[in-house]
Design a protein around this ligand. Structure first.
Ligand code: SF4
Length: 463
């Protein structure tokens, strides 16, 4: 439908009457931070009268919100774009729009190489999604990618895609760390905290809409407030507590910034979920230093022990990179020993992916792919054993579980998560349907009956 290849329009809201009553579907890839951006765009579209559809094959317009973090994520994004482009050839779809990190990173190349895409929108242009569809309806092909940061403090009518009981809340955007492997600061810009007022206002709206579990996210949540005056993560948490969420979960903390005062609050406040998400990336000192990150084996183990002392019931998640340039067999063995000693509940292992524009991409020696794969498999095997053992310790215990819905396998099985399981990234708890089925978002007492590597099976003992 694109009549002309044009770019960087001066987009106005007047054109939006063209898009009323269109059906729009979205494919959101990557992390929860990207998902919030998808929900903001859906909110804008819905505000303008578009109907949001879950099934992309029923949509007039399909938006693919991409991830451009590492190689496999980029491949997944391109595959999703090509798959959605097929809907234009054989289905109802008359416009395909690509947004997100991949566009922010490779706008020009994508514009040239993907003629089947009608519109490209960078990460700072979320509120231009409606105008872009208006332009495409008028016969143009559009690319809008700017450097002025999107204002996350403005009131936004988000459409939640996580169910009405669960919502992510972005407390900051961007990152001012300079980890050698990461291009996020180039894509998303320097770290900017949202104002406490805007965050609390959005949290109140979410609570009024029925959200039970609020998940606070940012590239580094522990840096919150550093760029503002007189506020910190602890101050923000104190303002969020009275809003009344049964569960508030904090993700993406940074090792050296997880301050005692925040941990103390986590240990003390009942509604702050006893869950610590601490991406560590590595523990062998030469690798950690080459990554441009703080800590080493001993310091990191000390931090884990401090968390366990201050928040004894804490479930801890982390992620590590294997095959970083220069990682020796000895460094890798140190990581394996750490996994065994730290016994973290949930661990993600990633193979290092050289990203153009990152310092690490030019480092020598790069680790051969087959060695990365081998190390990945070994680290996964160690952690799977630990996770299985830790899960087995839960059998017979009673624990609070939030109900997420029905299992896909059977209408007689409920799906929930105990407080030590974050949505999407950790396992789940399967529950037999009790006589009085709980509602989605209810927090019920569950006895754990069976444990597997990732998932648990339990029964509701109290509602
Ligand atoms: S903390 Fe490091 S890895 Fe995380 S987003 Fe910032 S630069 Fe990237």
């Amino acid at each position: 439908m694109a009549a002309a290849a044009e770019s960087n329009y001066e987009l106005t809201r007047e054109r939006n009457n063209l898009i009323m009553a269109l059906k729009v579907g979205i494919v959101s890839l990557g992390c929860a931070k990207n998902l919030v951006d998808s929900e903001i765009m859906l909110g804008r579209l819905s505000e303008e009268g578009c109907e949001i559809v879950a099934d992309a094959s029923q949509a007039d317009y399909v938006v693919v919100n991409t991830c451009g973090f590492i190689g496999p994520a980029k491949e997944e994004s391109i595959d999703a774009i090509l798959e959605m482009a097929e809907l234009k050839a054989g289905g109802r779809c008359r416009g395909l729009i690509v947004t997100g990190c991949l566009v922010q990173r490779y706008a020009e190349e994508l514009f040239q190489e993907l003629p089947e895409v009608d519109g490209f929108l960078g990460t700072n242009e979320l509120d231009k999604i409606t105008a872009v569809i208006g332009q495409i309806e008028a016969g143009h092909r559009v690319k809008v990618v700017g450097d002025s940061f999107y204002d996350y403090d403005q009131p936004v009518p988000r459409v939640l895609t996580t169910g009405s009981h669960l919502a992510y809340l972005k407390i900051a955007e961007g990152c001012s760390h300079s980890c050698a492997f990461c291009v996020i600061p180039q894509i998303r810009g320097r770290f900017r905290s949202r104002s406490p007022e805007a965050i609390v206002r959005e949290a109140r709206n979410l609570r009024e809409a029925g959200v039970q579990e609020l998940v606070l996210i940012a590239q580094d949540t522990t840096a919150y407030g550093r760029d503002l005056k007189h506020t910190s993560l602890k101050d923000l948490l104190k303002e969020l507590l009275p809003v009344g969420f049964p569960w508030i979960r904090l993700l993406y903390t940074y090792p050296t910034s997880l301050a005692d005062e925040a941990l103390e609050l986590l240990g003390r406040e009942q509604s702050l979920v006893k869950y610590v998400d601490l991406p560590l990336q590595h523990v062998a000192k030469p690798v950690v230093r080459a990554m441009g990150r703080p800590g080493d084996y001993k310091a990191t183990l000390g931090l884990i022990s401090k968390i366990r002392t201050q928040v004894p019931q804490a479930f801890i998640r982390s992620s590590f990179i294997v095959g970083f340039p220069g990682e020796t067999e000895e460094d890798f063995q140190e990581l394996l020993r750490f996994l065994d000693e730290a016994r973290l509940n949930h661990v993600g292992i990633f193979q290092y992916s050289p990203e153009e524009g990152s310092r690490a991409a030019a480092m020598e020696p790069q680790v051969p792919d087959e060695v990365k794969q081998e190390r990945y498999e070994k680290a996964m095997a160690v952690q799977q054993r630990i996770s299985r053992e830790l899960n087995a310790e839960l059998v017979g215990e009673e624990i609070d579980v939030i109900i997420d819905g029905l299992s896909e396998q059977s209408e007689l099985v409920l799906l929930g998560r105990h407080y030590g399981q974050a949505p999407e990234v950790d396992g789940v708890v399967y529950l037999g349907m009790p006589e009085n089925p709980p509602q989605v978002g209810d927090i019920v007492r569950v006895r754990i009956l069976e444990a597997h590597e990732y998932d648990l099976v339990g029964e509701v003992v109290e509602q």
